[in-house]
Design a protein around this ligand. Structure first.
Ligand code: DGJ
Length: 742
């Protein structure tokens, strides 16, 4: 890994074994020109020959110079209004109302390792020799402002991490209307844009289309990263596949309103940018203040989408997730939500927990409904004290009883919300996000606390702290079930109301940080009505996230497949639930439900006491199977094999780092009569290693399994001669293949 600087030509080349990222300072204007990002190339004394200048009819920066139009220059962090007409990476309004900026190169600094981002989540290093960071300082003399662009290159990852920082060095405040985390101008437009779109209960559905002239974007203006779009997009070459070809991934380490945008200009250059959504954003920056953007993690893969995903998985699992639980085996949990909803009492909870314990489950999670008068979703959020009718011994008493059973105990909170019937609301009606003199819309009968205010965050911390400190709690599920409306904060000035959404998310991060600091041993799982905040920002605080409220195994194939584009299996909350499934009414085999849920943080979400003896025996086998395999699943390399968005069969697998072990999941959604022959070609094995497949007599070399595949058809040679006598697998069937080096 290295950062080379060609002093004479003022060029910067960040490279490691995998990637090269090159830009330079423009001769006359001192702005930054992007030259290349992609597969590693050799360093040269000069990259001047990469500069492309065409004479085109356009406005130019310098008189007598017809090639100084920024519209035709690939840039690093473009501005608007000085010959570039495309969407800019930043926009600032100064005291005279002008929006023209001109940040010019001033200096650079190379920092070993990777500096932390104040109050924001970000990837990190454990030792400074893991990465190097290049900080470029630019100055706008008129605005009296510094802009620092930061680029981190890791030693052995095909990743560039970028962020930007604005400093007001003048005497007057100015307003930031747009501050992207990254912007990059690629030289052509032969890409598809792939992203994860969805809605409640069908998150992370993979969408992909060829990009075309103009703007195509994904965004959130909901106050959370949202069910609708994940803060991620990839540009993939038209011929790139899961495992081959070039892909650029852009992933924003942020949980609030974001924009991911691709703009193809009239000459086919492609500008990709990602950052806080400029819509509804306006930040007042007073003299001496700093505005820090979130981080964008950019991956270059020449091994297709799966190569990109593996880079994100490893980075996010080991250098974004933090704390005690980062590397620890995650407990198998049982959550009572779909088992009881709001209708439970201590006795019922203990019966579920006891049975669960007998079947090998390790953690009991008490979900919504344990506090205030919460017997449905119309009341009590904010009254974070036990409902003594349901729990006469309180959370303390219950957690101790669960502890006596030999289980860990986890608790649900929805810290950011309040219902109007609560003590909290009655005491602080002005603590909600609401616009004066306007109606305040509700979502699920609840209102959003103004987390942009420190005293609100502190108060919620003290309420949670009381419960946590007096009970035996080893896990917290932090939920968030509505988006923000009528965004306005009573605590901010009139000219700061465009700061509400960002300050809100900073408040969320702040509360997480306080809790983590005081309770480092607690495992946090983030949740937002399922996966509405399944984003890298929250992975910094909570190493796992509930992927969706849809627990149907077939729906989950798509949701988990899509989620795996960016997020590691160690982060994907997935549970076995009851049938008929509560979201879609589908009846799937218990075995298939488990075979899907294994590929994530495994758990159950059903009334386990209602299972038959045969089903209980199956659950017992499942939990012991998962315990045996969870190291592999949490830490192995994940490969997507067959795509649920394209076919009736789905397959994925995980391979241990040493390639001695692998687990393959294969799912067939609908049964088909008299079907074709099926084979699944595996990935990531050692071609020269000999593997056994549990339950099969023959052994196979890795090369055979990867090039020919596992032959799925059963050999009927010596069995029934009639089709009618053949065993039928039925709909929603699945198989697991357990591979071990012989
Ligand atoms: C939405 C979550 O996604 C569910 O798992 C559950 O916790 C409910 N909220 C409780 O209200």
């Amino acid at each position: 890994m290295s950062i080379h600087i060609n002093q004479d030509s003022r060029e910067f080349h960040l490279f490691n074994e995998h990637v090269s990222y090159i830009f330079r300072v423009l001769e006359k204007s001192n702005q930054l020109e992007h030259l290349y990002f992609g597969k590693r190339i050799k360093h040269r004394e000069s990259f001047k020959h990469l500069v492309e200048r065409e004479v085109r009819p356009s406005c130019n920066m310098f008189e007598g110079d017809h090639t100084s139009s920024l519209e035709h220059i690939k840039q690093e962090y473009p501005s608007f209004g000085t010959t570039d007409y495309r969407f800019p990476a930043h926009m600032i309004t100064n005291k005279i109302g002008s929006q023209i900026t001109n940040y010019q190169y001033h200096s650079f600094e190379i920092i070993p390792g990777k500096p932390k981002l104040p109050n924001l989540p970000a990837t990190y290093v454990e030792n400074d020799d893991e990465a190097e960071t290049l900080e470029i300082t630019l100055i706008d003399d008129v605005l009296k402002s510094k802009l620092i662009l930061s680029y981190t290159i890791y030693k052995d990852r095909n990743v560039i991490c970028r962020n930007a920082k604005f400093i007001n060095e003048g005497e007057e405040p100015f307003y930031i209307n747009n501050a992207m985390s990254t912007s990059i101008d690629l030289p052509d437009d032969q890409y598809e844009m792939l992203h994860l779109a969805g809605a409640w209960a069908r998150e992370a559905h993979v969408e992909s289309q060829k990009i075309s002239k103009g703007i195509q974007s994904i965004y959130s203006a909901r106050g959370a990263s949202s069910h609708a779009h994940n803060p991620f997009l990839a540009l993939k070459r038209l011929n790139a596949t899961e495992h081959d070809g070039e892909v650029y991934g852009f992933s924003l380490v942020y949980s609030g309103n974001f924009l991911g945008q691709v703009e193809v200009d009239t000459y086919g250059a492609t500008r990709v940018m990602m950052g806080i959504n400029p819509f509804q954003f306006k930040w007042r920056l007073k003299p001496a203040e700093i505005f820090q953007t979130p981080e964008c993690v950019i991956v270059y893969s020449d091994q297709g989408l799966n190569g990109m995903s593996q880079t994100y998985h490893n980075l996010y699992r080991t250098r974004l997730a933090r704390g005690d639980w980062r590397d620890r085996e995650r407990p198998i949990l049982i959550n009572n939500w779909e088992a009881t909803y709001f209708g439970f009492n201590e006795e019922k909870i203990l019966t579920i927990a006891k049975t669960a314990r007998e079947l090998g489950i390790e953690l009991f999670v008490l979900d919504d409904g344990w506090f205030g008068q919460r017997n449905d979703d119309t009341s009590s959020l904010g009254d974070w004290f036990e409902n003594k009718e349901k729990l006469p011994n309180g959370i303390k008493g219950l957690s101790e009883k669960i502890d006596e059973l030999g289980m860990q105990f986890g608790l649900w909170f929805e810290p950011e919300m309040v219902c109007k019937d609560t003590k909290l609301f009655k005491e602080h009606p002005d603590w909600i996000i609401a616009t004066p003199d306007r109606r305040t819309s509700h979502g699920r009968n609840q209102f959003v606390l103004d987390f942009s205010r420190e005293e609100v965050v502190d108060h919620i911390f003290s309420l949670m702290d009381k419960i946590i400190s007096e009970s035996k709690i080893s896990y917290i599920k932090w939920d968030m079930n509505r988006y923000i409306t009528e965004a306005y904060s009573q605590s901010l000035d009139v000219d700061q109301q465009g700061e509400v959404y960002h300050r809100y998310i900073l408040g969320v991060y702040n509360l997480y940080e306080k809790l983590i600091e005081k309770y480092p041993e607690i495992l946090f799982e983030s949740c937002a009505g399922g996966g509405a905040r399944f984003d890298p920002g929250l992975l910094f605080y909570a190493p796992q996230a509930w992927a969706s409220d849809d627990t149907d195994a077939v729906e989950r194939l798509k949701i988990q497949y899509g989620t795996s584009m960016v997020y590691p299996l160690s982060s994907i909350g997935s549970h076995v639930s009851a049938v008929p499934n509560h979201q879609v009414g589908r009846i799937t085999p218990l075995e298939t439900r488990a075979n899907v849920a294994y590929f994530g943080t495994f758990g159950y979400e059903l009334d386990i006491t209602k299972l038959s003896e045969e089903e209980k025996a199956a659950v017992k086998e499942q939990t012991s199977f998962f315990k045996e395999k969870r190291q592999l699943i949490q830490n192995g390399r994940f490969y997507r094999l067959l795509n649920p968005f394209e076919s009736n069969e789905v397959s994925w697998m995980v391979v241990s780092e040493d390639q001695r072990e692998a687990l393959v999941g294969y799912y067939k959604v609908l049964a088909r009569p008299n079907d074709k022959y099926y084979r699944i070609k595996l990935r990531g094995l050692d071609p020269d290693k000999l593997y056994s497949i549990e339950g099969k007599e023959t052994t196979h070399y890795g090369d055979e399994l990867m090039n020919i595949g596992i032959v799925l058809a059963e050999d009927y040679t010596d069995r029934a001669s009639e089709y009618w006598q053949r065993e039928k697998e039925g709909d929603f069937s699945s198989k697991l293949f357990i591979l071990k080096e012989v």
